[in-house]
Design a protein around this ligand. Structure first.
Ligand code: 5GP
Length: 134
């Protein structure tokens, strides 16, 4: 059975898309720790990040860097933090979190309630910036 992230990549489930390449996809986390919290995923469905082949693993990090550069120009933050956990969704994903306070990097912290309109606004701003920078 396809993971929820494969369904998002295939457009079967909607997402606030940030960026897409042939091999990778980025979209806003539905329960963000900070505004602009983004997930970067390989289209190839592999549960555990360290089971990825070397090209996909390095490609995922380079893609995440490009997304982070777009995020940090659009969202006011101290810096973009990187987190990999993967216990909830068995499809490798890198969390990019534009944090203002270190506590926002804890996955157990309270999630923000961001309205649909604002999620759409953030996604448009960051995805436009990603296209402009790449
Ligand atoms: P992890 O597996 O790294 O613990 O966390 C999975 C992350 O995926 C969580 O931050 C959760 O909010 C996010 N997530 C789970 N289901 C969906 C979904 O359907 N759409 C989006 N955009 N994010 C999701």
């Amino acid at each position: 059975m396809s993971s929820i992230f494969s369904k998002i990549i295939q457009g079967e489930i909607p997402s606030y898309k940030i960026a897409e390449t042939e091999d990778f996809y980025a979209f806003l986390d539905i329960n963000p720790l900070a505004k602009g919290h983004t997930l970067c995923v390989p289209k190839k469905e592999v549960d555990y990040i360290f089971d990825l082949d070397d090209d996909t693993l390095s490609g995922l990090h380079l893609f995440s860097k490009r997304v982070a550069k777009a995020l940090e120009t659009c969202i006011t933050c101290k810096r973009v933090g990187v987190l990999v956990i993967g216990t909830e969704v068995p499809h490798t994903h890198v969390h990019l979190i534009p944090f203002q306070h270190e506590a926002q990097m804890a996955i157990t912290s309270l999630k923000l309630k961001v309205e649909k309109e604002e999620m759409e606004e953030i996604a448009k701003k960051v995805s436009d910036k990603f296209l402009e920078m790449n």
